[in-house]
Design a protein around this ligand. Structure first.
Ligand code: AMP
Ligand code: ZN
Length: 725
């Protein structure tokens, strides 16, 4: 048996895996089931799946446990993030917490299935293991490692001398709780809850000797792992965010009770990001398997995308990269399809050496990206088709990209013998005109693809829905746009507008622009349809079909504020660009006056709403007269297109629009250009619908995140301020 090398978070080193017993025991922190698991969560479960299948492939027996968190930090998160809308809605509909949990558990299993993640041997539910948890809590209290205060039970971290050994967080503990209100019943702010007394309105509540309450999050996994895998087992997996406090807490609890090592190998997957930030529900940058499915993309293309990146590397998800993954997977499956038709003798020596090569990559800390690149290499090798397919089939039980099933169920297609014969004869006689006319696809089914061989023979493939879909129909991010930044200007002006769901705002805005744009200017208006439906897009296009200056760009899924503006800028061909927010209504010729000011090469950007600051903390609006400022607000930003070459594009990790403007303004100032505010421009500013329709708590949080992003980058750039000495 080959040795598996794994990176162990505990030792922070690559180690050679040795199992404790004959059967390898794996525990995976499972989903929290009051919401859908997003594809970031799924990346972590794909890791556990590949690990488990690799172990089986190497000859181990494996027991895998993946818990279902249907209690505990559920409430905690809800308290921190505001009431969860789905839970609130479900409760309004008269559903119980149990119904909600079982609904999301089923959805989770269905999602896993779509990704070919095989089911764990046990999926224990936290709510069914409260006794086991209380039992452990009692032991900790008895050992005086835990203490009771106000009917809450806490783990005293000073009683476990190795606290911090997994995360190395021990030095930072004093700062970890900076943003959290400290629970006054704790001895030490970093002690964690084992049991929380519950308020009466809580639905999930249990009796205990400490009083009615519910268990802490970490104790769940200590209790369930012990029950199904024992006091000491081989492998524990999760995402890197689980390292602290969750897994640190789990080690402290289990090792304090059993006086033995809890887990030998801690394997943690890096995060899936979206627009540069960890994907999560609270950051509103999450995507679900359903989002992938809806767009006619094979969920296995997501598995393929994950496998192309080492699990310890952050992976920034975009629909554009997913579409590329789909194309790659289609091609690889197509290669398999071609080779499958050959019926040649397999040379075992040849295939064996490829098995070796593939295994060597797999056992090297699950280097799946290398495994995939070997498959690509294989398709170009001198092995015969049957050998190549044999090797694909050897590795597919681990990577699970369904080469064979795809071939058998979806792609293999035979056409009626008569038709086949006639067409072949015509092709042998080089009568291509007539042979082309007898193609079933031209008459009946457009999903057939004909592959004509040189000798007159041909094969027919039924295209799967994923091969037949036009994935280029929508722009999914600025990376999809070929930049025109270095192209010669074709117009005086490009106006860029982002339309979100508030169509009426857009109509008011566009009508006012068209009314006042002077005839002496050549212009294009680029309209990014970001969050509108297909029907709305069609209606908009129809309504404006007689205006040759309007160009619509359909975006799906919704892009963040930075990314969508970059789409407009990269597409623009005007000498000058005006980005206009749909909350504005133009009431006079603002265009010529701005363009005159933009002729001054020292000026980088102009807008009606300027901001000034003395300290980067308070930005105040300028409303008196034309003057140089520290930032131009997003409502209207006018600049020469060329300045982007110096300032750079918008930063795309600003998904929410707030504070993106000050960030972009600083980029321009950093390029040694000035910002001019001109409050005299004839404009009415209406309510900003996105702001008005975002929950105050959410918009505050998102604004704060963006402000932090701004400050992280620019805090040492006070010399750029207008009033800098
Ligand atoms: P949760 O349901 O939040 O407990 O998360 C379930 C699993 O997904 C945990 O192992 C997390 O560490 C992991 N996870 C959460 N967010 C991400 C992400 N953006 N990328 C990868 N894994 C994640
Ligand atoms: Zn856990």
């Amino acid at each position: 048996m080959k040795n598996l090398l794994l990176f162990n978070t505990l030792s922070k080193k690559i180690e050679t895996f040795k199992s404790i017993g004959e059967t390898v025991k794996i525990y995976t922190c499972g989903p929290t089931v009051y919401r859908d698991a997003h594809i970031g969560n799924m990346r972590t479960y794909i890791l556990a799946d590949v690990l488990k299948k690799t172990l089986s492939h190497l000859g181990y027996k494996v027991i895998h446990v993946k818990n279902i968190t249907d209690v505990g930090h559920m409430r905690q998160e809800m308290l921190e993030q505001g009431e969860d809308k789905i839970v609130a809605a479900a409760i309004r509909e008269g559903k119980s917490a149990k119904d909600i949990a079982s609904n999301y558990t089923e959805k989770f299993f269905a999602d896993e299935k779509k990704l070919n993640i095989s089911k764990a041997d046990f999926n224990p539910k936290a709510t069914e293991h409260i006794d086991e948890m209380l039992n452990m809590i009692d032991k900790l209290v008895k050992k005086k490692i835990a203490y009771v205060n106000n009917a809450n039970v806490y783990f005293d971290i000073t009683k476990f001398k190795n606290y911090g050994k997994l995360s190395g967080n021990i030095a930072n503990l004093s700062t970890l709780n900076n943003n959290v209100e400290i629970d006054p019943s704790k001895l030490n702010p970093n002690d964690f809850a084992l049991w929380k007394s519950a308020d009466k309105d809580r639905e999930l509540i249990w009796d205990s000797k400490y009083g009615p309450g519910f268990p802490g999050w970490h104790i769940e996994c200590s209790a369930m792992s012990q029950k199904y895998l024992g006091e000491h087992f081989d492998i524990h997996t999760g995402g890197v965010d689980n390292i602290f406090p969750h897994h640190e807490g789990e080690i402290a609890q289990s090792e304090s009770i059993f006086n033995s090592k809890h887990v030998n190998y801690w394997i943690h997957g890096q995060h899936l990001l979206s627009e540069g930030i960890k994907m999560s529900k609270s950051k509103q940058n999450e995507y679900l398997i359903a989002d992938i499915f809806e767009r006619s993309i094979d969920p296995l293309a997501f598995r393929y995308l994950c496998l192309m990146t080492n699990y310890r590397t952050k992976l920034n998800f975009t629909f554009s990269s997913l579409k590329s993954a789909q194309k790659g997977l289609n091609k690889l499956r197509h290669k398999y399809w071609i080779f499958k038709s050959s019926n040649e003798k397999i040379n075992q020596n040849k295939t064996h050496s490829w098995f070796e090569k593939i295994d060597d990559e797999l056992i090297n800390n699950l280097n799946t990206s290398k495994v995939l690149s070997l498959l690509w290499k294989l398709t170009k090798s001198d092995l015969n088709g049957s050998e190549i397919c044999h090797i694909f089939e050897y590795i597919d039980p681990i990577i699970c990209l369904d080469f064979k099933t795809h071939y058998e169920e979806k792609n293999n297609h035979t056409i009626p013998t008569e038709e086949y014969k006639t067409r072949k004869t015509l092709r042998i006689n080089k009568d291509y005109l007539n042979s082309d006319s007898i193609r079933s696809d031209s008459k009946t089914n457009t999903k057939l693809k004909y592959y004509d061989n040189k000798n007159g023979d041909y094969s027919v493939k039924k295209l799967s829905e994923y091969e037949n879909f036009n994935h280029n129909k929508y722009i999914s991010g600025s990376v999809d746009i070929k930049s025109n930044l270095f192209s010669i200007s074709k117009f005086d002006l490009s106006i860029g507008i982002v339309v979100d769901e508030y169509i009426e705002d857009f109509e008011r805005c566009i009508d006012s622009i068209i009314k006042f744009i002077p005839e002496n200017l050549s212009y294009e208006i680029l309209i990014a349809l970001n969050g509108t439906t297909d029907l709305q897009n069609q209606n908009l296009k129809n309504r404006h079909s007689n205006n040759p200056n309007l160009f619509f760009i359909a975006i799906d899924p919704v892009c963040g504020a930075g990314s969508v503006r970059n789409i407009l800028i990269k597409k623009a061909l005007g000498k000058n660009i005006f980005l206009i927010d749909t909350s504005l209504e133009i009431t006079g010729d603002i265009f010529n006056s701005i363009l005159i000011d933009l002729k001054n090469i020292n000026i980088g950007m102009i807008g009606p709403y300027g901001l000034k600051t003395n300290d980067l903390h308070h930005f105040h609006e300028i409303s008196e007269s034309k003057e140089y400022v520290d930032a131009i607000q997003l409502y209207l930003m006018a600049f020469r297109r060329e300045i982007i070459n110096w300032s750079g594009l918008f930063r795309e990790n600003f998904r929410f629009y707030r504070n993106l403007d000050i960030d972009f303004s600083f980029q321009i100032k950093n390029a040694k250009l000035k910002l001019l505010s001109n409050p005299d421009l004839e404009i009415i500013r209406h309510d900003h619908s996105v702001w008005e329709n975002t929950h105050p708590k959410t918009r505050d949080e998102l604004s704060k995140d963006n402000y932090k992003r701004f400050l992280d980058k620019w805090k040492d750039y006070k010399h750029l301020l207008n009033n800098a000495k």
